[in-house]
Every structure is written in C-alpha cells, then in structure tokens.
Design a protein around this ligand. Structure first.
Ligand code: AR6
Length: 231
C-alpha cells in the first residue's frame, strides 16, 4: 500500500535475504577480501536533468560518508560512455578526498551487463527509478527492467507500489531472472531522485535547495539499503 511504500527508506527483507543470499552467489572477481559490490548509476542526472556538477559533489560527499560503514564491500559508479561527464567530474573530485580507491571507483559499461561484458561481479545494482516503479521511460530504468524480465516487475510490486523522491526500496531478484542467471545480480535497489525536468512528474522548477536535499537523501537511502543487504 501507498503508506508502506512512502514510509520505507529501505525495505531489505530478512526472509528474502536468506533465500537469495544462501544460494552460492559469486562474490567479486577482483581482490581477495572483497565482499559485496553495489553498482549504481548517477541518480537524476540524465532524464531528470539535475545539474551534473552539483550531483558529483553530492555523490562524493555521500561516498565519503559511507566509507567507514562499508567494511569489505564496495561501491561502483557506472555510466555507459567513456565521455560521461558525471564520471569525469566524480573522478576529479574523489582524487582530493579521503576515499579508498579499492572501495569506490568508476566503471564504464552497461549496468545490466557488468559481468558478462565487463568482467565485474556486482551482487547488487541500483536503478534510477520512476515514482510508479514501472518499466519503460528510457534510461537505466528501462534497461534494468528489460534485462531482468517480468520477474523484477512482480518482485517489485510485492515490495512497494510507488516511491517518494529521496527514497529507496531493495528488491531481491528471483533466481529465474536473466539478470540473476547471467549477471549474478541478487538485488535491485530502486531509488527515486529529484526531478528537474518539467516534462516529468514532481518537477522542482530548478529549486536546488530542495533538489540537493532530496538527492542526498536518495544516496543515503541507497547506501543504507546496500549496507543492510551486505551485512
Ligand atoms: N547502464 C549504465 N548507466 C546507464 C544506463 C545503463 N544501461 N542507462 C543510462 N545510464 P536516467 P534519471 C546512466 O535518465 O536522470 C527514466 O525514464 C545515464 O547516462 O536513466 O534519474 C525513469 O523511468 C545517467 O548517467 O535516470 C525515470 O522517469 C544515469 O544512468 C527517469 O528516467 C541516470 O540516467 C529518471 O531519470
């Protein structure tokens, strides 16, 4: 129901966690003590038109804040192209911060093919979702829903019917999903970021005070979900 969805900062569920994680899920391919890896796209910076420079500052700030809570788990910011503006901004900003490059790095690739095409095992991937938690709409949302097949749509519906800006919901991927079988992804975390695009619902009309607050909340919710899955 709507209330539950709106309350939920993170809905990672213990019961599902066990079902999914007790299967012999591959961990990560690089390094020896690597635990879980979260691959995430830059929330709100394409279709939702959030300023890339401001978003990069927020990503770096939130990554730095979560470093101490990560243990041997890692965060990877993904984008499709080597020319990605957000990846280069984040790489530049990270260089002057106290951030361990083994625990956070950027990666160029399709988030739905990180293992099969890029050789990078990521147990958990994040989705820049829409408020209805529905497939389609272009961007990373349609890529993830089509790669995961209808199983993700059903599993998502069981968790939440909608999402508020700044919130995240973790959905365990059923083992018959191609994304589970081919890429070994065990969870998709849907995140709804702030929207600056007048053509989309809940447009913030360039209010970067509100927008930045919501983007910070979105990354906090995402990283907290991930940490609770990895725990
Ligand atoms: N793999 C990795 N990164 C990707 C991929 C992919 N397959 N596809 C896009 N990106 P966006 P938003 C990057 O527009 O701005 C949808 O219609 C992209 O280059 O997907 O939060 C939803 O339904 C960019 O860096 O998300 C919502 O309505 C980042 O992913 C709306 O768009 C996010 O771009 C959300 O807009």
């Amino acid at each position: 129901n709507m209330d539950t969805a709106q309350e939920s900062v993170c809905l990672a569920n213990d019961e599902y966690k066990e079902t999914n994680l007790n299967k012999e899920l591959p961990q990560c391919s690089v390094g020896e003590d690597v635990g879980f890896t979260l691959a995430f796209p830059s929330i709100s910076t394409a279709d939702f038109q959030f300023d890339n420079e401001k978003a990069a500052d927020i990503i770096v700030e939130k990554v730095e804040e979560f470093m101490s809570k990560l243990g041997n788990n890692r965060l990877v910011l993904v984008d499709l192209s080597y020319r990605s503006k957000i990846l280069s901004l984040v790489r530049t900003k990270v260089a002057s911060r106290n951030i361990d490059s083994k625990k956070f790095f950027t990666f160029v690739g399709d988030i739905t093919k990180l293992y099969s095409a890029g050789g990078l095992y990521c147990n958990v991937i994040a989705n820049a979702a829409n408020w209805r938690l529905k497939p389609g709409g272009g961007g990373v949302n349609s890529a993830i829903f089509s790669a995961a097949g209808p199983a993700l749509e059903y599993a998502t519906k069981e968790r939440a019917k909608s999402l508020q800006p700044g919130r995240a919901v973790a959905v365990p991927l059923p083992s018959d999903s191609p994304l589970f079988k081919r890429e070994r992804v065990s969870h998709v975390i849907h995140v709804l970021g702030p929207n600056m695009n007048p053509q989309r619902p809940n447009c913030l009309n360039n209010d970067y005070g509100k927008g930045s607050k919501i983007l910070r909340e979105a990354y906090t919710a995402l990283f907290e979900c991930f940490v609770s899955i990895a725990r």
